[in-house]
Design a protein around this ligand. Structure first.
Ligand code: TRP
Ligand code: MN
Length: 451
């Protein structure tokens, strides 16, 4: 029944959201360069992530997937990466400590460049220009030249991913993520805030617990799990030529892996069952995700599970629900039931961002913190009602003190949005809002589990 798959078999199917590259020879040159570069991640790492995600499927772990909506070529610095990682580590500490289960950490980092758009073009005054499709394709400046897709950007995206990943590996394995430094991840603007103080008290408890273990004679010094973390990378697999160019055959197993990131997902706009994106991802051995928005039928979800995970490998498939706060409970329950009854092992994650986006009267695209929390609460209620595990969250955030999402502990208002609105795409939670969210999530799940 299954058609044969190759890294290029997607090419004979319709591919939504692909850029109109103007020059074929330049495109081919860029792709063969990327194809000649070393893999960014290794098959064995993708398999480790899949094994951790299998623990999430079983209800023994929780997935924290977080990072930028879209990474930028312009705001690319060690600082920027470190601040993002700090927030992710802080959230992970809060979730691990409060829920008492391991947290699987996956960044929307080191390759999250491509953006689907609702329209191919946009009007700037009375000029129609190509939409910005992410730095891997074009530049956000509103000129015809800047918006012309440039294949050189594929090469630049590879190099930026490689440096980001290099730094991420250094930070996560080289001491920065050591649990003994749990206090040091707090940034100044977070430290004084209520959620910052709440974090500080957990950090102190962890410090005391480590001290206690040492006093009991436990050798904490030589236990690497206290000193290092695994932070995996992920992005939306949108530009299929790029993904294909980084797809390699694993020498150990003979399987194909997309070595651009550990995990890849398919977006709401490119998840056609007979389309190129699903065709491409069904053949790679990485763990894969798929966004699931409002109006999705149970039949469709079951067919998706069958297509992307016919062997029913736990951890292979993550379904990322993005229903909107008002719809999530009623939309999700039938899907949870159908997947559960069919016996498909999936991670269910909640993306509370994309179903709650609106344009504020000031003209900024934004989201309200309360709707984000309300969607997670609805997600948890749906799982509670169906007896399934609310496996994780998928969040757009930054480590900076931006003002892009409304509400939160310092109650950002419409008038505050323009103070520091820096995103190149969707509005992100700032570091304080992110930490606050981690506490709320831990509470929601704890209460739902009756702890
Ligand atoms: N390695 C463990 C884990 O990843 C513990 C750990 C070390 C940790 N550093 C951390 C957990 C930083 C969260 C954040 O869970
Ligand atoms: Mn987004």
């Amino acid at each position: 029944m299954a058609r044969s798959w190759t890294p290029s078999s997607w090419q004979s199917l319709p591919a939504a959201q692909q850029p109109a590259w103007p020059q074929r020879p330049e495109l081919d040159r860029a792709l063969s360069q990327v194809n000649s570069f070393p893999p960014l991640v290794f098959a064995g790492e993708a398999r480790s992530l899949q094994a951790s995600l299998a623990q999430v499927v079983a209800g023994n772990a929780f997935l924290l997937q977080a990072g930028d909506c879209a990474e930028s070529f312009d705001e690319f610095s060690a600082n920027n990466i470190r601040e993002k990682l700090r927030v992710i580590l802080q959230m992970a500490v809060v979730l691990t400590y409060s829920m008492g289960v391991p947290v699987v950490k996956v960044g929307r980092m080191a390759g999250q460049f491509a953006k689907p758009r609702s329209s191919d073009t946009e009007m700037i005054g009375d000029l129609s220009i190509a939409s910005f499709r992410g730095y891997i394709v074009n530049d956000p400046a509103a000129t015809i030249e800047a918006r012309t897709p440039n294949p050189e950007r594929l090469v630049q995206a590879y190099h930026q991913s490689a440096s980001t990943l290099n730094l991420l590996r250094a930070f996560t394995k080289g001491g920065f993520a050591d649990l003994n430094r749990v206090h040091e991840w707090t940034q100044e603007f977070v430290g004084s805030s209520p959620e910052g103080q709440r974090y500080e008290s957990i950090a102190s408890e962890i410090e005391r617990a480590l001290q206690f273990m040492r006093a009991c004679g436990v050798d904490t010094e030589n236990n690497p799990s206290l000193h290092q973390v695994d932070v995996y990378t992920s992005h939306e697999a949108l530009i299929l030529e790029y993904e294909e160019a980084l797809t390699r055959q694993d020498s150990l197993t003979g399987g194909w892996y997309d070595c651009s990131a550990h995990m890849l997902w398919i977006g709401e706009r490119t998840r056609q069952l007979d389309g190129a994106h699903i065709e491409f991802l069904r053949g790679v051995g990485n763990p894969v995700g798929c966004k699931v928005g409002p109006g999705t039928s149970s039949d469709w979800v079951l067919e998706l599970c069958q297509t992307l995970n016919p062997a029913r490998i736990p951890g292979r498939l993550t379904l990322i629900s993005r229903m909107g706060a008002d719809n999530v409970e009623q939309e999700l329950r039938p899907l949870l039931r159908a997947v559960h009854e069919a016996g498909h092992p999936v991670v269910w994650a909640c993306d509370p961002m994309h179903g709650n986006t609106f344009t504020d009267p000031s003209g900024h695209k934004t989201r309200h913190f309360d709707s984000i929390i309300a969607e997670i609460a609805g997600f948890v209620r749906a799982h509670k009602a169906e007896g399934t595990w609310p496996g994780g969250i998928h969040i757009e955030l930054t480590g900076e003190d931006v003002t892009e999402c409304l509400g939160g502990a310092d109650d950002l208002t419409s008038a505050d949005l323009s103070t520091r609105y820096e995103t190149v795409c969707d509005p992100r939670l700032n570091a304080r809002q992110s930490l606050d969210l981690a506490f709320r999530v831990a509470e929601l799940i704890r209460v739902s589990a009756g702890h």
